[in-house]
Design a binder for this molecule. Structure first.
Ligand code: RB5
Length: 154
């Protein structure tokens, strides 16, 4: 799978580990930075990851920050992105099977690398079920996105 991988400075140490592990497992990693511990702004990197996914350059994205919260909030502002903050394997799997999550967000200051790898594995193995009830709910989410696109207050 082609995976866009991004992080702010809080997520950078985990990004290095995940990048290697994903390549070891045969995935193609599109690394969107950041590439050091120097402080940066997570929305800039969430946007890069999101753009890779919505353009089709990547099949899915993984975005890391300290808590994972800012990364998730920012990524979800991009139409077409369904980002989920998952710190357990059940949520990571169900987020894809039920909700078709296409960007996984992780907090590098919340979980350790081994759990992060297990979560990423569970998420990558999962596929959207396309079950009628889940497709219906996803269609409602997409309708919300269309309805509110371009209507944000300045
Ligand atoms: C950066 O210090 C931190 O705010 C960021 O990595 C993230 O946790 C935001 O949600």
């Amino acid at each position: 799978m082609k995976i866009a991988l991004g992080a702010d400075h809080g997520g950078f140490p985990l990004k290095r580990i995940l990048h290697l592990r994903l390549e070891e497992k045969g995935h193609s990693v599109l690394d969107q930075g950041t590439d050091s511990d120097a402080a940066v702004d997570y929305p800039d990197y969430a946007l890069k990851v999101a753009e890779c996914v919505v353009s089709g350059e990547a099949d899915r994205g993984i975005m890391l920050c300290g808590s994972g919260v800012g990364a998730c909030v920012a990524a979800n502002k991009v139409p077409g992105i369904r980002a989920g903050l998952c710190h357990d394997t059940f949520s990571a799997r169900q987020g894809v099977v039920d909700d078709d999550v296409n960007v996984l967000c992780l907090g590098a200051r919340v979980i350790g690398p081994e759990l992060a790898i297990e979560i990423v594995d569970a998420w990558l193995k999962a596929r959207f079920s396309k079950a009628e009830r889940h497709q219906r709910r996803l269609n409602k989410v997409l309708a919300l996105e269309r309805h509110f696109s371009g209507r944000a207050k300045k």
